[in-house]
Write a protein that binds this ligand. Sequence first.
Ligand SMILES: Cc1cc2nc3c(=O)[nH]c(=O)nc-3n(C[C@H](O)[C@H](O)[C@H](O)COP(=O)(O)O)c2cc1C
Length: 169
Amino acid sequence: MAKIGIFYGSTKGNTERVVTEIQKQLGGDAVAALHNVNSATADDMQPYNYLILACPTWEIGQLQEDWESFVDELADVDFAGKKIAYVGLGDADGYPDTFIDAPGIIHERIKDKGVTVVGWWPTEGYNFEASKSVYDGKFLGLVIDEDNQKDLTAGRIEKWVASIKPEFQ
Ligand SMILES: Cc1cc2nc3c(=O)[nH]c(=O)nc-3n(C[C@H](O)[C@H](O)[C@H](O)COP(=O)(O)O)c2cc1C
């Protein structure tokens, strides 16, 4: 079984493309398995010690719709000892006051359940006003803006994957 579970939701396909590239760079599906949350349960998440949770922000500061339906499942997962890395997608020009809120919303549900967050990411290079995913001046995880900074996506993914690989050994 793959040791890393990547749980994602994607309405327009941007997040799906990003997590597919992340999966590839982690070593393919023998190492990292993709789970679309539109058909996932807590039982699917439980076996992994290493998790990547990927969610775009939609409808002005809300979780993507499939994550909205899935998020209550997290209450049934025993997260003790698990390492979590977050991926958020958003649009800084269109939604500067709710930029990449989704990972922070998910994190608030599980932060007191014994998780360790890896893959923190600097806020430099993003032009936004407020985000629920900023903790102590850093983003909780990888931040991708396909609407305004598409040309930076490949480099960001590569750098971030290299930073989490040693944590997911
Ligand atoms: C109606 C609408 C609302 C959005 N709201 C936000 C938002 O509040 N914050 C943000 O950072 N991005 C927001 N976005 C941008 C999306 O998160 C972004 O386009 C993302 O890449 C979509 O990912 P997906 O293709 O995986 O669904 C919004 C986009 C639309 C069309």
